[in-house]
Design a binder for this molecule. Structure first.
Ligand SMILES: *Cc1c(COP(=O)(O)O)cnc(C)c1O
Length: 403
């Protein structure tokens, strides 16, 4: 079964709008403006021109030849979002929303960020379009992600450290929503993944579907056929939804989302909202969430900061329920092993987020027939993760020594 909204803004029981009544007006204005922009060839032409000239699209696909040979079985093919300007897929979406903000006559961009990558992508586009930008970030994340805070400032953005609640991503989201309610006349709220109230999940998917559309065309050109499986990591789910969107109607292509298993599902320290969560409301939408019995959001854990979102885009929950996509879990150790493998076999340092998708492909490849194709979305590059990886390995070495 295809995913399609089952009613405006709904994916089966998921999605919708669970926001303060004061936000309905701004959301309706946004939905209308987006529908018009999407249907305007001039708008889409400008968006694609910027992707070409500024981001460097199309990003290529690369056959991971030595890695695949070492595993036997399927050939692993990488979609290289790591080669985009800013080093990941997030900029595809922030350019789209930035252009829409301009078209709507908004004067100011705001965003929330956890690991800081979406904040950097928004600050980048704000500078490119000449708009002021303010980013909300949990005070704990500001401490943990200093280099990205510096990047945002260098790009001209103002970073607000949010000390409320647990001082992490969900509190930053609440603060950004509050800013938007107060200043919606001149302010555009740039959401970084396929989450949030309607129309954000649809809009972000559409701005990211360039990944899947390109990859589909590139596979046909390079191999004369479609991949057997398309695999992507799932934090909020935007790079995965962008990849999947290109293949939703190709029922022969298995779609696989990979959630962050952290220290393992049983440990409770993970970020696997579909595999380990329950239905609830976060960020203005009904979706699968990591929450306590009492309905409080649980702080997520993963070695990869970018997968640390306590919810997941509503369309993924629907794809899961209908069986069109499957969702697996990769833990920290497996992700780090895949990170090492790509470095050594292919000369590519992947983001830790993307390493989760890669780890899933590494598991699957040996069990598949020679000549089958596993398409993996390499959502970003790993330069940002160097310190994290070194710290992780040092702590593992210590654990090993203590045994
Ligand atoms: C932010 C990020 C992700 C996770 O976000 P999605 O919305 O799930 O795509 C994955 N990979 C990279 C490189 C990121 O920066």
């Amino acid at each position: 079964m295809k995913s399609k909204e089952t009613a405006k803004g709904h994916f089966g029981p998921y999605g919708g709008r669970y926001v303060a009544e004061t936000l309905m007006g701004p959301l309706n204005e946004l939905a209308r403006a987006y529908e018009e922009a999407k249907a305007d060839p001039g708008f889409m032409a400008e968006y694609h021109e910027i992707l070409r000239e500024y981001v460097g699209r199309a990003s290529p696909i690369t056959v991971a030849r030595r890695l695949s040979e070492s595993l036997g079985g399927a050939t692993i093919v990488l979609k290289r979002e790591d080669l985009n300007h800013t080093g990941a897929h997030k900029v595809n979406n922030t350019i789209g929303q930035g252009l829409l903000a301009k078209r709507m006559g908004k004067k100011r961009l705001i965003a929330e960020t956890g690991a800081g990558m979406h904040g950097v992508a928004t600050a980048t586009v704000a500078a490119y379009l000449g708009m002021p930008c303010e980013v909300y970030m949990g005070a704990i994340d500001v401490e943990r992600q200093k280099p990205n805070v510096e990047r945002m400032k260098m790009l001209g953005a103002t970073v607000h450290a949010v000390s409320e609640g647990s001082a992490t991503l969900k509190d930053a989201m609440n603060e950004a929503l509050r800013d938007w309610v107060t200043n919606c006349d001149d302010t555009f709220y740039v959401i970084g993944t396929v989450a949030g109230p309607y129309p954000y999940p649809e809009m972000v998917r559409d701005f990211q579907r360039v990944i899947g559309d390109e990859a589909r065309r590139q596979c046909l050109e390079r191999f004369g056929r479609l991949p057997d499986e398309a695999i992507a990591c799932v934090g909020g789910g935007s790079n995965a939804m962008g990849l999947f969107a290109g293949f939703l109607d190709d029922t022969s292509v298995k779609l696989v989302g990979v959630e962050a298993g952290g220290k393992g599902l049983a440990s409770g320290e993970h970020a696997a909202s579909i595999n380990g969560g329950r239905l609830g409301v976060l960020h203005g939408a009904k979706t699968m969430l990591l929450q306590t019995e009492g309905g409080n959001i649980i702080d997520t854990y993963s070695v990869s900061a970018g997968l640390d979102y306590p919810g997941v885009g509503p369309e993924h929950c629907f794809l899961h329920d209908t069986g069109r996509a499957e969702y697996s879990v990769i833990d920290d150790d497996e992700a780090i092993a895949a990170f090492d493998a790509l470095c050594r076999y292919e000369g590519i340092i992947p983001a830790l987020e993307s390493s989760h998708a890669l780890a899933e492909a590494i598991k699957r490849a040996p069990n598949m027939e020679k000549g089958s194709i596993l398409l993996v979305n390499l959502s970003g590059r790993g330069d940002k993760d160097m310190e994290n990886v070194m710290r992780y390995k040092a702590s593992k070495a210590k654990e090993g020594g203590a045994k």
